[in-house]
Write a protein that binds this ligand. Structure first.
Ligand code: ZN
Ligand code: MN
Length: 504
């Protein structure tokens, strides 16, 4: 058993997907602009006499995030100057928020799958969310010993979220970052791509003796966690590094450390400043912000469907199993696609004028979900493609599901149709016709084959009649072989059972 346990708090910075920057009208390239210093002006390069004008859209985005994370939204808020010197910060200060952030206490509910053991639920408290501006970027040309500065990123709206120190493992930290990313994507307030620096995670990690005060340890801030994997590995490394120090009787130094993903270890960057060192004071060039309940209600009403709401709807209205709903919800493009397929299927049912039970609708939807989650994913994966690259229209996919559902084709024929759709596109029914894939459910014809198979396999027949029910599966397989897979296996099973009963 471990002598020391970790207490972890997360700090996450997110670049917001507004059209213009936070305090000027320069284009917001979200860190993707290739040409250096293209999107710059006197405001975002900190020229004397220039004045900042806050971006309303960015403020709305942060309030949306706050509402989705159950935060209290401030009725009064303001911007402050955070003073420090660094060459990527042209003004010598960052416009941020100190004591009146846009969003106060909130929480996020997680489902955590630990490396060992079962899935469990966990609520992580959010301390605050505030709005600030991003810095420029330094480019080090080591060969020439020169450093260049690119201000494209300077002034991009940046949301900062801080959690309570309530996270107890690397798995929980990773689940937190993943769920947060998903929410940001549902809200469409940021692509939140970690590899592109649009979402940047830092972890505050301390250790306390088992049974002791959870907050008694010395905090180490871990930066440069540029992927979910880095979040997990970095925190694990840091926990064992600190545990080793403590177990050998040493003290953990309060400092900021960077994570080196290639070497798989953290390294000391600097000893930690506290907020006094930043000499925060109110930003004199921007008026304080005020929000009425009405304005906040308005933003609340405009919130899109959130992941847990979509999951609930997929289960209750479309009849999906909770596990399938969870998979779809965690991949928004796939969930959108599924919903298009589902409405195609619903159209088909109503066109046919069918009396269709809820359970029938649910079965059809579940079949579509299964094919999406397993077959389509596998096809895309084997070609190294992401889901957005799918070239099958929802109409054609729905038709394939229809053919399977009505047992016009069996599952192996469905694979062939799917492969064909991926490679060449086209109409599923036509492919079935061209490739002669329709299932044979002709009872007379299948009976003939079944009798033949029984004659050839007297041992299996005898086994079945002695009560070995599994023996019939072998016989079904033999009939499928004789018919080159064209037979309808359910019809074959029925016919065989009938014939076996008769031949006793
Ligand atoms: Zn600008
Ligand atoms: Mn910050």
């Amino acid at each position: 058993m471990l002598k020391y346990l970790p207490t972890i708090g997360m700090e996450v910075h997110v670049e917001l997907a507004t059209e213009s920057k936070m305090f000027c009208s320069c284009a917001n390239g979200l860190g993707l602009e290739k040409e250096p210093n293209k999107n710059i002006c006197p405001v975002c390069t900190g020229q004397p006499g220039s004045l900042p004008v806050p971006n309303q859209k960015a403020i709305d985005f942060v309030i949306q995030a706050g509402l989705a994370l159950n935060c209290q939204i401030a009725s009064q808020s303001k911007f402050d100057r955070k003073n420090y010197f660094y060459p990527d910060l042209p003004k010598g200060y960052q416009i941020s928020q100190f004591d009146q952030p846009l969003c106060g206490r909130g929480f996020l509910d997680l489902e955590v799958l630990p490396r060992q053991g079962d899935k469990y639920e966990k609520r992580v408290g959010i301390t605050r969310i505030h709005l600030e501006e991003d810095t420029g970027k330094l480019l080090h040309d080591k060969a020439n010993g020169e450093t260049w500065v690119d201000f494209n990123r300077a002034g991009v709206p940046l949301m900062e979220l801080v959690t309570e120190p309530e996270i107890a493992s690397s798995a929980e930290a990773k689940a937190f970052c993943q769920q947060l990313q998903l929410i940001l994507r549902y809200l469409k307030i940021s692509p939140a791509d970690m590899e592109k620096g649009q979402m940047r995670c830092e972890a505050n990690i301390s250790l306390y003796p088992r049974g002791g005060d959870r907050l008694s340890g010395t905090k180490v801030e871990l930066k440069n966690l540029n992927s979910f994997k880095a979040v997990e590995r970095g925190i694990e490394f840091e926990i064992s590094r600190q545990a080793e120090i403590l177990e050998s009787g040493g003290f953990v130094r309060q400092e900021t450390r960077g994570w080196d993903e290639n070497r798989g270890e953290s390294f000391s960057q600097r000893s930690k400043e506290n907020s006094n060192d930043y000499r925060y004071f109110p930003e004199p060039d921007i008026l304080p912000l005020r929000f009425s309940n009405q304005e906040i209600e308005e933003i609340k009403r405009g919130l899109p469907e959130l992941p847990w709401e979509k999951k609930r709807r997929l289960i209750s209205q479309l009849g999906l199993k909770p596990d399938s709903a969870a998979v779809l919800v965690s991949a928004p493009e796939m969930a959108d696609y599924f919903e298009k397929v589902s409405s195609e299927l619903e159209n088909w049912l109503s066109e046919e004028g069918r009396e269709f039970s809820e359970s029938g609708k649910a079965k059809l939807n579940q079949l579509a979900a299964n094919y999406l989650i397993t077959e389509i994913q596998r096809h895309l994966f084997s070609k190294g493609l992401s889901f957005e690259k799918i070239n099958i229209t929802p109409e054609n996919f729905a038709e394939l599901i229809k053919l399977v559902y009505e047992k016009t084709i069996n599952s192996s024929a469905a694979q062939i149709v799917l492969e064909e759709l991926f490679l060449r596109g086209g109409d599923p029914s036509q492919i079935v016709q061209e490739k002669k894939l329709a299932q044979n459910s002709d009872v007379g014809q299948l009976e003939k084959v079944a009798r033949l198979v029984m004659e050839k396999n007297p041992q299996s027949v005898a086994d079945y009649q002695k009560g070995k029910e599994n023996a019939v599966k072998f016989l079904v397989g033999q009939v499928m072989r004789e018919t080159q897979g064209s037979a309808n296996p359910e019809a074959v099973l029925e016919i065989l059972k009938k014939l076996l009963a008769e031949s006793v």
